[in-house]
Design a protein around this ligand. Structure first.
Ligand code: SF4
Ligand code: SF4
Length: 376
């Protein structure tokens, strides 16, 4: 297993250190394992009765970890769960990130959002993500076990948009989704964009429970998954879809049992922090890197992992891969290692990643948070 950077494989000079900061890092933070929903494809769902030890991240320790995360390049903190709004200190956690130059985003099932969205934005929330499972509001509410949640989302999205906060629906690729009709509910709720979460039945190695081995809704054959990918690609013509084409093409390779081309940034520029303050390479990985409070002593992973289709990591990898190769090349040249520098530029997937950067630049600019606005 290739481990380097913080763990050290040789001292970096000033240019090398500058180059490493060219690509900012992301940390998904699961603040609790508690959820009030009943989603078919998720073992956090309270009706599955798998979560018996209800956990909430320690607020003081998380705040103490923020300077460490910042020092190691994290600029984006995504709160998730379970349901993050069930953490009693979620406003304090958001405000702590908001006081830094890191951006705080959140993915929620949305049920508690209408009452919380204004204080969250006051605290510094910069992007709102929420789940939708179907083009059909009734199907979504039935899967979630949250009656009335679609109209509650519509209310919260309107508030967020009025205050300049981008809103993104996250749709799990499941048998509930009709890609042709999906814009109906996206338009009804009023969100700016949609991002697809790729289906998962296999258990994760980490503490994350966003999978269900018994779910019929995410039980896809390869050809069925490819058909879903076709639906997403087609939807890109009609709605703002966040998933880069390069990541969707790698997902297609995954569906065919072929090797994916783009090296994953999991454990290098994208991390998973859980309610125990354990920092993981990603939700899928089998062992934690260690306590986030020991981050200075934890090495990054730099191997070419393409083992899974976890969308946050794979989508980010499609966009970051090119920038990381450039940063690595600059670092090698600064040390006079020309052969190694050329090797960095010869990695597979760089052309597709460069195209992803160009294609996503417009979307990223469109969804950049606007000037924080006062309450409406
Ligand atoms: S998918 Fe989200 S809302 Fe649904 S049970 Fe899992 S954590 Fe809760
Ligand atoms: S490919 Fe999957 S298992 Fe490998 S680092 Fe990325 S998210 Fe983790």
């Amino acid at each position: 297993m290739a481990l380097s950077e913080r763990g050290g494989n040789g001292a970096d000079n000033a240019i090398g250190r500058w180059a490493k900061r060219l690509v900012p890092s992301v940390c998904d933070v699961s603040v609790t394992n508690v959820c009030q929903a009943t989603c078919n494809f998720c073992c956090f769902a309270h009706d599955k009765q798998i979560v018996t030890n209800r956990r909430f991240i320690d607020t003081g320790k998380f705040i103490a970890a923020l300077p460490l995360l910042h020092r190691h390049g994290v600029r984006y903190v995504n709160f998730q769960g379970g349901e993050p709004l069930l953490h009693p200190d979620i406003l304090e956690l958001t405000a702590a990130v908001g006081r830094t130059d890191m951006r705080a985003a959140m993915i929620s099932n949305g049920f508690l959002l209408p009452e919380r969205i204004d204080p969250l934005i006051d605290a510094g929330l910069s992007t709102l993500l929420f789940s939708l499972d179907s083009h059909d509001p009734a199907e979504h509410e039935e899967n979630r076990g949250l009656k009335g949640v679609v109209d509650r989302l519509k209310t919260a999205v309107a508030i967020a948009k009025a205050r300049g906060v981008p809103t993104i629906a996250v749709v799990t690729v499941s048998k509930l989704v009709d890609y042709q009709r999906l814009p109906e509910i996206l338009t009804y709720v009023g969100c700016d964009a949609v991002s697809f979460s790729y289906p998962r039945r296999e258990p994760f190695g980490s503490s994350s429970l966003v999978f269900n081995p018994e779910s019929d809704l995410v039980d896809f054959t390869g050809p069925e998954l490819e058909k879903a990918i076709d639906g997403i690609v087609e939807l890109k013509r009609r709605f703002t879809v966040m998933n880069p084409r390069a990541a969707l093409e790698d997902l297609r390779r995954f569906a065919r049992g072929e090797a994916q081309t783009i090296a994953c940034v999991g454990g290098r520029r994208y991390f998973y922090l859980d309610w125990n303050l354990h920092l993981w390479r990603c939700e899928a990985w089998h062992e934690p890197m260690g306590s986030v409070l020991d981050l200075d002593r934890l090495p990054d992973y730099t191997d070419h992992c393409t083992a899974c289709n976890l969308n946050c990591y794979r989508d980010s990898s499609a966009v970051m891969h090119f920038g990381l190769a450039v940063a690595d090349t600059i670092g090698e040249v600064s040390k006079g290692r020309i052969g190694a520098a050329l090797g960095r530029l010869g990695q597979p997937g760089l052309g597709a990643s460069f195209q992803a950067v160009i294609q996503e630049a417009g979307i990223i600019a469109k969804l950049a948070p606007r000037r924080p606005a006062g309450k409406t």
